[in-house]
Structure formats: C-alpha cells, structure tokens
Design a protein around this ligand. Structure first.
Ligand SMILES: [Zn+2]
Length: 531
C-alpha cells in the first residue's frame, strides 16, 4: 500500500524526453515507483487521465524571502506549481544584520520594498542561520535556497555611500560571506543597479566572489545595466565568474527599451561564448514584456547616496530636482523613458495612483512628468512600485528558447486574500510558470511541453546540484505538479493581478499535498535546502 499513487498521467520526467503514460507512487516523501501500478493500492489515489505530472517547478529568481516570514503559505507560488525558489536575489536578503548598522539596513530594505515588508519580524534574526531557523520553526509551504545579498553586506559594513572598501572592510565583508555560507546560503547575489551594489567596483565584486568560489557557491546577478549597457554588463558578470571561479546566473534576462532590442541576441551569444570556454554561465527569464521595481530606481545614482533620508532631502531641493531631471534624460535607468509606459503598481500611502500610468497622472496634475514623479516620491516617502513596458515579444520568444535559459517569477509569495492581496503587483507574481506552459508552449508553440518542463525542473536542479530533485525518478524527493496541458494558463493581468493560475490541480512538496484539487491545503512541508 503506497501513500499516494497518481494514475494514468502523462509523465514528463524533467529530462526533456517525450512524455510517457504511466503511474507514479509516493511513499514517505519520496517517489517510490514509476510504471504500471494498476495492481497497487494507495491511501490517496489521483486519477490524472488526460493530465501531465511533472517535477515541481524551480523558480530561479524569487524575492519570497521577504514575504515568507509574513505569509508562509506563499499561495501565488504554489498555485503556479513552484515547489522550490532561489531567494535572496538582487543583492537583497533579510540577513545578515549587524548590531551596529541594523537599524539603518532595515530602514533601507523597508524603503526599497515599501509598506509590503512592514510586518517582517526583523527582531527574530541577525544572521542567515537565524533567519533560516526562523522559517523552519514557523513552517513554509515551498522549499527555498537562500542567497546572501552583497548589497546588504556592503550596507552593513560600509553604509549606503560610494567609495572603495578598505582592507579592513573587505575582510569583514568576506567574513560575512563565509559565515552566511556556513549557515546555509548557497552563494552571493548582486543588484548592480541598486545602491550600494551600484557603487561597487568590479574588482571589489571579484574579490568578494572569490570567497564564494572557495565555498563552492554561486554568483547570481541583477547585472549593472539591462538597456544601453547590457553587453558590457553581461561581460562583467562573466568576468566575475571567471576570475572568482564561480558558477554565474544572470537574473531576469532582458534588453530594455526599443533602441536596445538588438542587444538581446548579442548578449545570448556572449553567454554561449563563455560556455564554450567551459564557464558555467546561465540565465533566467520571466515571460512578460514589462519589468517591475521601485519607482525610486528611476533617480540617478548620485541621488541615492546616503540612503532614503538623503534621497527625500534632494527631492525637496529645487536645484537637486533640476539636476536629477537633466541627468535622468541623458543616462541611467530612466534614459529615453516614455512615461506612458510606466504603470504604478503599488502606492500604499496614495492608493489613487495604483493601476495608472505616470503620463496620465502627470497630465491630470497639470505638471511635467519629472515633477510629478519627484512630488509623488516625496508624498509617499518613496513607497511606490512600478512596472515598465520595455521588452520585445520577438526577443522574449528567442530568450525562452535559448537552451540554457531557465524560468523565474522575480516575485513574492502573494495571496488573493489577506495582507498580500494589496496593490496591483506585476502579474508575474501569479502567472510566470503557467504563462510559459499556456501561452508560449500551447498557444505559440515556441517550445515543446517537455522542453519547457526541463527548463523549470531538470535544468535548474542540475545547475543547483540538487541531487534528488528536478526529475521524476524513484528515490527522488516527491516535489510534483499535476496539471492539464490543455487548460494550464495564467489568469493574472496588469489590471487584475491577484488571480491564481488555471489548470494546476495538485502540487506536492516533499511528498505532501500543498495544492489539492486546485486549492491550497495550508500545509507547510517546505524546507530551507542546502547544497
Ligand atoms: Zn532584480
């Protein structure tokens, strides 16, 4: 008698091989048998005729480490079939927090993520180890793999300013990396458009990442530029991996803004060239044409020096405003921005801005867009999120097809009720994985179902050296998704994002039902995984 048998499913095993009609049995959290199990009985039988069963999806880029302490069931992730997420991305992780600078770093993280993280129980941890223990004590629905954020380490040791690390600071930062990795982090992440990552020289990153390499860890990067400087930025990430001796993951790959669209295939070629040299360089992507981050990211780098308090002072100073608007037009994240492509996704202090475009809001207020943005950032104390429409559909298809491209949400674990249902967040939070399976596999036939599942399971598991996940194979951990290939689809839209995906019936994490018959069971069998 098995614990669970899934009968008559199209088994998509995560290797990319063609699906094969079979049964899958689960005992004590592991896949026990795959084959004709028509004679076996089980405590729970799922008749999956017409449906597919695949390994649980691995989200290569998630910020759920900031939502799991508040909302451990991470409903928007599980409803997509995500059973494991790599968190601690873009240089941002909830730890380490050092006694001397703890308040400043928490304020900076809260400033970045906004009201959303106000319920994070920061007092529960200081180190990555404490944080992961907190998650374990509390229980979580998905598995996580934690990165430690370079931005957080640098802010803790050097503050939010510019400048090169001296020897003592470098040594302290390396100690923090070694400690985080000893306590369960799998590597280092950078967010090189966000201060203080953006103030960090390549040489400093190489030196810090060498410590990661010595611990056999990974380097994940939100690279320094995804528009005008995409190619130089991909080169920098590859150089860091080469010189530090680490595996590299280029996060949420994109070529932003129309005049940079021709750079996407060139950037993919750079990745291929690095691979042909024997370097482990891969990337991940979400299947949407808009990016999303905090609105304050639009400001020039110099305006971020010193953190949120200093930013607010500059926003109130006419001379600084004038210099900011000039600089934003000539370079950086905002260069060439069309304000009609910038959608306000969250603004808890001024909810009337949510779901509207900056051009409309500025028109209505009767002021130039730059002035509206500066005033709005002041009024909301920087707490505004945005989505920016800037990517090409043709590129997206090629990027999703790219052999070493994996899939990510770049999202949080949200829910359609409760505190996580606020604002109009980017639909990728709810729909990234089903959108690949529905739109890009079934509707557009950009890739086969088996290829897509491989990019969501076997490929990332291999990259992450997860020895018993990512495939449907006897002995492997039973992270499984049962879905209907004819019906799977994203339902979240930019206007109405808080909607779970369709067509995903059952999701098992470590052998337990977290989604059963399309509903979250409330179970929290997830774990902080180590490698
Ligand atoms: Zn990022």
């Amino acid at each position: 008698m098995h614990d669970i048998v899934i009968r008559n499913a199209e088994v998509i095993d995560g290797t990319g091989k063609p699906a094969n009609r079979s049964d899958v049995a689960v005992d004590e959290g592991r896949i026990a048998e795959v084959g004709d199990l028509s004679r076996s009985s089980a405590k729970h039988v799922i008749d999956a005729k017409g449906w597919a069963v695949a390994p649980g999806f691995i989200d290569m880029h998630s910020h759920a480490d900031f939502s799991l302490p508040i909302w451990p069931t991470a409903d928007s992730m599980l409803h997509q079939g995500i059973t494991t997420a790599v968190v601690g991305q873009c240089g941002l992780s909830p730890a380490p927090l050092l006694d001397e600078t703890r308040a400043e770093v928490v304020a900076a993280l809260s400033g970045f993520f906004g009201e959303f993280v106000k319920d994070v129980p920061w007092h529960e941890w200081s180190s990555i180890g404490d944080y992961l223990n907190f998650l374990t004590r509390q229980g979580i629905s998905p598995n996580v793999l934690q990165l430690v954020g370079q931005g957080v380490i640098r802010a803790s040791v050097m503050g939010l300013g510019e400048g090169r690390a001296d020897q003592g600071q470098m040594a302290t930062m390396k100690d923090q990396v070694v400690a985080a990795m000893a306590q369960g982090a799998i590597g280092l992440s950078t967010g090189l458009i966000y201060p203080p990552g953006s103030f960090t020289a390549t040489e400093e990153l190489i030196e810090l990442t060498q410590t990661v390499g010595e611990c056999n860890g990974y380097y994940f990067s939100h690279i320094r530029g995804e528009g005008d400087t995409l190619l130089e930025s991909v080169d920098e990430a590859i150089r860091i991996g080469r010189e530090a001796g680490t595996s590299v993951q280029i996060s949420h790959f994109k070529a932003a803004r129309k005049d940079n669209w021709d750079k996407s295939p060139k950037a993919l070629q750079l990745i291929e060239k690095a691979q042909s040299e024997g370097l482990d360089v891969t990337a991940d992507v979400y299947p949407y044409l808009a990016g999303s981050t905090s609105l304050v990211t639009m400001l020039p780098q110099w305006a971020h020096v010193g953190g949120p308090k200093e930013i607010l002072k500059r926003l109130a100073d006419p001379a600084a405003r004038s210099k900011m608007s000039t600089d934003m037009q000539t370079g950086g994240f905002a260069r060439g921005i069309e304000w009609s492509s910038v959608l306000i996704t969250s603004s808890p202090n001024r909810t009337e801005y949510e779901g509207r475009y900056v051009s409309d809001l500025a028109n209505q207020a009767g002021k130039p867009a730059y002035d509206w943005v500066f005033d709005a950032l002041l009024k909301t104390q920087l707490d505004m999120g945005m989505a920016v429409f800037g990517m090409s559909e043709e590129n997206r298809r090629r990027e999703i097809q790219f052999p070493s491209m994996m899939i990510c949400t770049d999202g949080f674990g949200l829910a359609t009720t409760g505190p996580m249902a606020r604002g109009v967040p980017h639909p990728r939070n709810y729909g990234a994985f089903p959108r690949v399976l529905g739109r890009y596999v079934r509707d557009l036939q950009v890739l086969t179902l088996e290829e897509a599942v491989y990019k969501m399971t076997g490929l990332p598991a291999q990259k992450l050296r997860l020895k018993d996940r990512g495939l449907i194979r006897p002995g492997f951990t039973a992270d499984l998704v049962v879905f209907d290939p004819a019906a799977v689809s994203d339902r979240a839209t930019y206007d109405n994002p808080h909607r779970y995906a369709a067509g995903i019936s059952h999701v098992l994490v470590n052998g337990q039902f977290v989604i059963r018959d399309g509903s979250h069971t409330g179970t929290k069998p997830g774990a902080a995984l180590r490698i």
